[in-house]
Design a protein around this ligand. Structure first.
Ligand code: 13P
Ligand code: SF4
Length: 305
């Protein structure tokens, strides 16, 4: 798509934003041109927090389904539009309510903590949700020594190294982060010996163990900005390169390996945003009985620092 096409789509988005009294939020993995037109960008925790104080009738969510669903859980009185209906998170689909109910029967004394990358139904069956930014604090704040952690085994494993609680981990994973291995990290380190290695806690334990810092996407942005280092090897989805370069233009960034791409995060384009807003398409709603239970778990997550 050329610049003229993009400019006319951007003008149309601004027109529709006024017409719908909408706010546009985008995750840090979205395409650069999508992040650039958003009113607010951030990691999962920042976006959820933002959604607790929105002063608009419509929330246009540029991200994946569970994120828009979290916005809908917190905002039953507002319209929440997902900018591409098929944008899901494969990890969130790795656990069903039936799976979780069976697990709960197996470990009746444990409290469920679910990663925010989960469906509303899973959240409704959880004591609290957490994100990669506050998982350790959430788990340590649960008044129970036994935790069933779903669905990301890698985030669960990382949290387990920072808590005395007994963590029972569900075997889900994010295919984008889980495919990064120690051999690839070693190679990236050899190619860029001067660079710091920062990775997302969705990476495998062997990769996390090699890192200089383990951070959520927005924590990475702040870490790089404040660091005296000049180059960084990045262990997360490639969409983060855009805000990293924008925030710290004088620094250099290298991905660990090619293909750190979340296909679903890339489904939103300027055209799909226009379509969703123009046609009021992809409205995300959550049945009220599920929403009320899920809201308790999401609110616990949002209040933990
Ligand atoms: P954060 O932006 O919360 O670190 O999460 C990354 C992610 O994988 C979202 O799907
Ligand atoms: Fe899900 Fe991984 Fe994509 Fe995040 S990057 S939305 S965890 S598949």
């Amino acid at each position: 798509m050329n610049t003229t096409d993009n400019n006319s789509l951007i003008s149309r988005i601004y027109e529709l934003k006024n017409k719908l009294n909408a706010v546009i939020v985008a995750h840090n993995y979205q395409r650069p041109e999508v992040q650039d037109i958003a009113d607010f960008t951030g990691d999962s925790l920042e976006l959820a927090r933002k959604c607790t104080s929105i002063d608009a009738e419509t929330i246009v969510f540029c991200g994946v389904h569970f994120m828009a669903e979290t916005a809908a859980i917190l905002n039953p009185e507002r319209t929440v539009l997902l900018t591409e209906v098929s944008a899901g998170c494969p990890m969130a689909e790795m656990i069903t309510t039936e799976d979780l109910k069976l697990w709960k029967q197996r470990y009746p004394g444990a409290s469920v903590v679910s990663y925010v990358n989960s469906t509303a139904e899973i959240k409704a069956e959880s004591y609290s949700c957490c994100t990669s930014a506050n998982g350790i604090k959430v788990v340590n704040s649960v008044p129970n020594d036994e935790i069933l952690f779903v669905p990301d085994q890698n985030l669960g494993h990382y949290i387990a190294t920072y808590t005395d609680k007994k963590m029972i981990l569900y075997p889900g994973y994010c295919y984008v982060h889980h495919r990064i291995n120690a051999k690839q990290v070693k190679k990236a380190r050899e190619l860029h010996p001067e660079a710091s290695l920062i990775v997302h806690p969705e990476c495998r334990p062997e990769v996390v163990d090699m890192a200089d810092a383990v951070l959520s996407t927005s924590q990475m942005l702040r870490y790089v900005k404040e660091s005296t280092q000049h180059s960084f090897i990045i262990g997360t989805e490639e969409g983060l390169l855009h805000p990293l370069r924008k925030n710290s233009p004088e620094k250099s960034f290298y991905l660990i390996t090619a293909g750190q791409v979340c296909k679903d995060m890339k489904k939103t384009t300027l055209s799909t945003i226009v379509e969703a807003m123009q046609e009021g398409k992809n409205k995300i709603t959550v049945p009220e009985n599920v929403r009320l239970k899920a809201k308790e778990a999401v609110e616990r997550m949002v209040t933990v620092g």
